[in-house]
Design a protein around this ligand. Structure first.
Ligand SMILES: Nc1ncnc2c1ncn2[C@@H]1O[C@H](COP(=O)(O)OP(=O)(O)O)[C@@H](O)[C@H]1O
Ligand SMILES: O=C(CO)[C@@H](O)[C@@H](O)COP(=O)(O)O
Length: 558
């Protein structure tokens, strides 16, 4: 056994899961391994039965999560050559609210033949948006009752979150609701598979299940007002101990030790959310610094001392990110996903052929050409609502808009416009925090996008007029998860006693930063004003055309 100690972080993203083995003395990533989910995002048909899913559905297969443990954990152990006894802790982070129904033995209902062909027996992925009716009703009832929790969630509970999703199950498949012993976040379920015991984590409970450190869940009366059948939800199907981030959920079972190659008894920390785990991994453990986890979507995280109200934020949770601070979260529900839509669905054949001929990906081909344009030169501006608007409008029924097309518009101009639109979405969020008592002085970026697209990052620096520091890590959330794993192991075992200590030793950002270019900032101020006009016009009820179009579409599909 060496004195040098390590931890493993496993990051469960939207398309894949990845394990990273991290040196606890300096945060260096010794080995990483990605397992694409065999079933990916299930949004058209159920596996096996081929049963068609409704509009706005997004499911996953829980065995895909175990597959990541089966493949990626042994792979990082093997690649690193580190002895299993020197890996003292493991932490996971996940997309959220990604939830599933399980029976008394903790088995996902979709594993059981009697529920396999019912879409409600499966994991509902964070971006499952088919519980909007329930979310709308929940928000109306909470507002009418003057529920104190509502302002903590920016005035609206999202259809992506636990209660809306549970209520959808109850409404559409009461038999599945009945057969469910627990509704659990996927992050808590995977931890329970590792340790053999079920504990919830305070982060997802706080941000996604309306739980409060001092006040607990909303009252039974509130749930009864939603639906009498939900009156006892929190004491029954949402029951379970809720432990703070970094605490030990349990130890690795012998069965899981065999499956992963780790030692039985390795400390396993409670589950965490991907974006939240990334915050200490870039060294942010105090106020004024906003962290963007940039991938298919963006989560924006910032710490504060006071609890204040910010329009449309996803939530403020005490100790929700770092102990001793109010953790604020906001987000954009599609960013990389919009660029991917463009590349997959809207690019002419000549672009794909040219990219192939040049031996580069379509994103890169478009980006190289888009970089030749100055801000404003495309004559275009867009609203980034391809997957609704998470912050600050909190409305999944909003859709995308591009203004300014002409017969001369080029694909690279459209691509640049989409990059800019997402930057304007982020600017709206930063302004909402900064102008309402949660100052944002510095911006940090992590996730896949900062590594993939420097033009995008420069646009973000120019649009937000803030310098952006980028994580010096390919897998920031996983490194954060490993840090929490090291905290669960504790300093006596070679880990850390707090995540602040872990961050001091292990967090890293690159030296090179993206600095705002004054002449770009000036033009983007003007373009941003145009964006805000469109944003308020289409997003705040002056013209509900997006909703009318969606309603027509639904009617036509019937
Ligand atoms: N060169 C690029 N420029 C901009 N976006 C890109 C580029 N290459 C891939 N993407 C986008 O990156 C997203 C994936 O980001 P990543 O951080 O790897 O995933 P995840 O959010 O699942 O963790 C996809 O939505 C894809 O469209
Ligand atoms: O909503 C949250 C966190 O609160 C994320 O899990 C969700 O946006 C998915 O993130 P990714 O785009 O997969 O990184």
């Amino acid at each position: 056994m060496s004195t040098q100690k390590y931890a493993i972080g496993v990051d469960y993203g939207t398309q894949s899961g990845r394990a990273v083995l991290v040196d606890l003395s300096n945060g260096h990533e010794i080995a990483d391994h990605v397992t694409p989910y065999p079933h990916g995002v299930i949004d058209e048909k159920l596996p096996v039965s081929g049963i068609e899913l409704g509009h706005d559905w997004a499911l996953q297969h829980p065995d895909d999560y175990l597959e990541v443990l089966r493949r990626s954990v042994p792979a990082v152990l093997q690649a690193s050559g580190i002895a299993a006894e020197d890996v003292i802790g493991l932490g996971i982070d996940f997309t959220a609210c990604t939830m599933l129904p399980v029976d008394e033995s903790g088995t996902p209902l979709c594993f059981l033949p009697e529920w396999r062909d019912n879409p409600h027996g499966w994991v509902k992925l964070w971006k499952h948006h088919a519980a909007q009716d329930e979310a709308d009703r929940l928000n109306a009832i909470a507002a009418e009752r003057g529920e104190k929790f509502l302002p903590r969630y920016g005035g609206k509970i999202s259809s992506e979150w636990m209660v809306a999703k549970v209520w959808q199950i109850l409404n559409e498949a009461p038999e599945v609701y009945e057969a469910t012993d627990l509704f659990t976040e996927a992050t808590d379920w995977v931890v329970s598979q590792l340790t053999g015991q079920f504990v919830r984590n305070s982060c997802t409970a706080g941000y996604k299940s309306i739980w409060h450190k001092r006040e607990g869940y909303p009252s039974r009366e509130f749930f009864k007002a939603l639906d009498p059948r939900l009156e006892n939800l929190t004491a029954t199907k949402l029951r379970g101990d809720i432990k703070p981030l970094g605490s030990k959920a349990g130890e690795l079972t012998a069965k899981m030790a065999e499956l992963t190659g780790l030692k039985a008894g390795t400390a396993i920390t409670v589950g965490n959310v991907d974006a939240h785990a990334a915050v200490p991994a870039v060294g942010v453990v105090d106020e004024g610094k906003l962290v963007m986890a940039m991938g298919t979507s963006i989560c924006h995280m910032v710490l504060g001392k006071e609890e204040v109200e910010v329009e449309g934020m996803c939530g403020v949770v005490e100790d929700g990110i770092i102990e001793g601070y109010m953790g604020y979260e906001a987000g954009q529900s599609a960013v990389g996903d919009i660029f991917e839509w463009f590349v997959e669905e809207a690019v002419p054949a000549y672009v794909k052929e040219a990219a192939e001929k040049d031996g580069v990906g379509v994103h890169q081909w478009l980006t190289e050409r888009a970089a030749h344009y100055k801000p404003g030169e495309t004559g275009l501006v867009a609203l980034d609502w391809w997957n609704g608007n998470r912050s600050v409008l909190v409305d999944t029924n909003l859709t995308g808009v591009v203004v300014g097309y002409t017969l001369l518009t080029k694909p690279e101009e459209m691509y640049r416009t989409l990059l800019e639109a997402t930057a304007f979405g982020t600017r709206t969020i930063i302004d909402a925090f900064h102008n309402n008592g949660v100052p944002v002085h510095e911006v940090y970026a992590c996730g896949g996008l900062p590594q993939k697209n420097a033009l995008l990052m420069q646009i973000y620096a120019d649009v937000t007029n803030r310098e952006i520091k980028v994580a010096d890590s390919k897998q920031t959330p996983a490194v954060g998860a490993a840090m929490f794993g090291a905290v669960a192991a504790g300093a006596a075992k070679g880990g850390y006693d707090s995540v602040v200590d872990a961050a001091k030793a292990m967090a890293r950002v690159r030296e090179e930063t993206f600095k705002p270019i004054p002449e770009n900032v000036a033009v983007y101020e003007r373009l941003y004003a145009e964006y805000r006009t469109l944003h308020d016009y289409f997003g705040r009820g002056a013209n509900n055309i997006m909703k009318r179009l969606k309603a027509l579409k639904k009617e036509a599909a019937r």
